[in-house]
Design a protein around this ligand. Structure first.
Ligand code: ZN
Length: 176
């Protein structure tokens, strides 16, 4: 798969024809996602199948690849594998979303037929990002015990002790 995933599509047509759309998306093109990961040339492989289930337009598919995040413990790079299976019902309102019965997750799209596949993919990937990126303990540049020690040190006042400052001034004045 080396083709670029198309962005805006007419999904009614894709649903009627039960089409499959696939391609690569560069993470750098997805503004909200690229703000949450380390800059790079990562790409995601996307495959989306459109279909109708009852009266509902459905998009099922996969998003695969990897992202690079910064570990918040050791501040080194970490790789987050992305392997998402999605089953979205394309609906136009909360009402419609609430009426869904199947194993489908609602995605509210404009009532015109035009949707942005890049935006839908980005929304799904943002959902799997960890709130705080952390290596597994074994892979992290900092051991968990060390972090606890560092936290204890941080609790001590960072400001200089006023008496030490005074002592310093006294020391200086006597040198003259
Ligand atoms: Zn780490």
């Amino acid at each position: 798969m080396s083709e670029r995933l198309p962005d805006t599509v007419q999904y009614h047509e894709l649903v009627e024809r039960r089409s499959t759309v696939s391609g690569m998306v560069r993470v750098a093109e997805l503004v909200r996602l690229s703000a949450a990961v380390l800059p790079g040339d990562e790409r995601l492989a996307v495959e989306l199948e459109f279909d109708r289930e009852g009266r509902t337009s459905v998009m099922r598919g996969t998003i695969r690849g990897q992202l690079r995040l910064q570990c918040q413990r050791c501040l080194n790079d970490m790789v987050l594998p992305v392997d998402i299976e999605l089953a979205l019902a394309l609906v136009h309102s909360e009402d419609e979303a609430n009426r869904l019965v199947a194993d489908l997750e609602p995605a509210i799209v404009p009532s015109s037929s035009t949707i942005s596949l890049h935006e839908l993919v980005e929304d799904e990937v943002l959902l799997v990002l960890p709130i705080v990126a952390l290596h597994d303990d074994a892979e992290c540049g900092i051991e968990v015990g060390q972090v606890a020690d560092a936290a204890q040190h941080d609790e001590q006042p960072a400001r200089p002790n006023p008496f030490a400052v005074l002592a310093g001034l006294k020391g200086k004045s006597t040198k003259h």
